[in-house]
Write a protein that binds this ligand. Structure first.
Ligand SMILES: Cc1cc2nc3c(=O)[nH]c(=O)nc-3n(C[C@H](O)[C@H](O)[C@H](O)COP(=O)(O)O)c2cc1C
Length: 351
């Protein structure tokens, strides 16, 4: 058995385990990342942040650059198609306190690809390498790139472009070996990950369908990747991270509710009550599903109007969760809230 608790390096940044929490739009808020670190992820990532949004100082976009003291090491991911705008965004990401700036060459969603960003860049190797070179030249922190196998099914484009991105300055590559066309259907073909590992002399992170300890071990052993990335399996389920590390037990109902409530409270603090109310709805099913609670319970929660009502209802159902929550809160490190007010002046474009 490989020990996933081994440390490894991305440039000078030490990563304390071979488990990386995936960037997921609409999911990877600060509460998700902090929880991931607590459960053993060695590296956590922000969801993709628009470099144009950063350039225009869009308030919501800048909110994504909020970094908590207990998130490190943290990668902030940016997407865009203009090398100079990406370079400027990377400077802001570094100034915000990220340890790594990650570039998205994988997003298959039309809203992103039609702007020339995300996975389309796999078909534009010149521009892709220019982006990586511009970003690497702009910041002192390591640059990583996350990509899909290519645009079309069966594509091997990632193997052509990967070494060029490393030459341009990428210090790590993450591969999700599905095509953009596949979206999330079919299976991740990690034989491509193994080929990529052979071609480059930087660490490769394997992303896609890592859902169990056995799977994580198989992917690491058969690809030579430095780490595995976990995405959907960790939605509402931080316990999978412990399981992957070989220390997991199924959570009790008290633990599930305590983690859910902590997540809700932190998300309300981060996004504000109004945005958090809608954002959290998908998490109720993710936390309470997996056979942990009867199905109608989730439906009941989704229909409640406020996050406060949801909290009251789950505590009423599982009173013991209050004690577990108190214990978790006591064990949490003191966190200086790094709010927008504390961000470098440059992020506001003035002073
Ligand atoms: C809801 C959702 C949002 C995602 N958002 C991003 C993103 O912002 N940036 C990115 O590089 N990948 C994104 N991904 C892809 C994941 O990081 C990961 O590569 C993919 O889900 C495969 O891993 P999994 O099988 O462990 O989920 C997203 C995936 C999902 C399901």
């Amino acid at each position: 058995m490989l020990d996933l608790r081994q440390t490894w390096q991305i440039g000078p940044v030490e990563i304390p385990s071979r488990l990386v929490l995936a960037p997921m739009a609409g999911v990877s808020v600060q509460a998700f990342r902090r929880q991931g670190r607590r459960f053993g992820a060695g590296l956590v990532c922000s969801e993709m942040v628009s470099c144009a949004g950063i350039e225009h100082r869009n308030e919501r976009t800048l909110g994504y650059l909020r970094v908590g003291a207990d998130e490190h090491p943290l990668a902030i991911q940016i997407f865009g198609s203009d090398p100079s705008v990406m370079a400027e965004a990377a400077r802001m990401v570094a100034a915000a306190g990220a340890d790594i700036v990650d570039i998205n060459f994988g997003c298959p969603v039309r809203k992103v690809t039609k702007t020339g960003a995300g996975a389309t860049l796999l078909d534009e190797p010149e521009r892709a390498t220019q982006i990586v070179a511009a970003v690497a030249g702009a910041v002192d922190i390591p640059v990583s790139v996350k990509m899909r196998r290519g645009l079309e099914n069966g594509s091997r484009r990632c193997l052509e472009i990967g070494p060029r991105l490393v030459e341009a300055g990428a210090q790590t590559l993450t591969l999700h070996p599905r095509s953009a066309r596949q979206m999330y259907t079919g299976e991740a073909d990690h034989s491509l990950t193994a080929e990529l590992v052979e071609l480059v002399d930087v660490p490769v992170i394997a992303s896609g369908d890592v859902t169990s300890r056995v799977r994580a071990q198989t992917v690491l052993a058969t690809t030579g990747a430095a780490a595995v990335m976990v995405g959907r399996a960790a939605q509402g389920n931080p316990w999978v991270l412990r399981e992957l590390l070989g220390e997991g037990e199924e959570p009790t109902q008290e633990e599930v509710v305590a983690e859910l409530v902590l997540f809700m409270r932190e998300t309300v603090r981060e996004l504000g009550e109004r945005r958090a109310t809608g954002f959290l709805k998908k998490f109720y099913g993710w936390y309470l599903g997996r056979g942990r609670f009867p199905r109608p319970f989730k439906q009941e929660l989704v229909e409640l109007k406020t996050v406060g009502e949801v909290e009251a209802r789950v505590f009423e159902t599982v009173p013991g969760a209050r004690f577990v929550l108190t214990r978790i809160e006591q064990e949490q490190p003191e966190v200086d809230e790094v709010l927008l007010d504390d961000m470098p002046i440059s992020i506001y474009g003035g002073g």
